[in-house]
Write a protein that binds this ligand. Structure first.
Ligand SMILES: [Zn+2]
Length: 67
């Protein structure tokens, strides 16, 4: 069984790129990021941690942490 992952870039929700370059660990989520989005992220000041992804110090995406 083949599972094809698609990009889940939270900064570009419409992206459905399939050439996953990296995975970003954001909280309990592990987000596949396609190559073109990875280049985009690398060009911007994006950082991520267990609370989600931040763009230039601003929280742009948070994960639900109900636990
Ligand atoms: Zn993408």
């Amino acid at each position: 069984m083949t599972f094809t992952e698609k990009c889940e870039n939270p900064l570009k929700p419409e992206c459905e790129g399939g050439d996953i370059a990296v995975y970003i660990q954001a909280g309990s989520k592990r987000l596949p990021i396609c190559r073109s989005c990875w280049v985009m992220l690398a060009e911007q000041d994006v950082e991520w941690d267990e609370d989600g992804i931040r763009l230039k110090g601003e929280l742009t995406s948070s994960t639900d942490r109900s636990s």
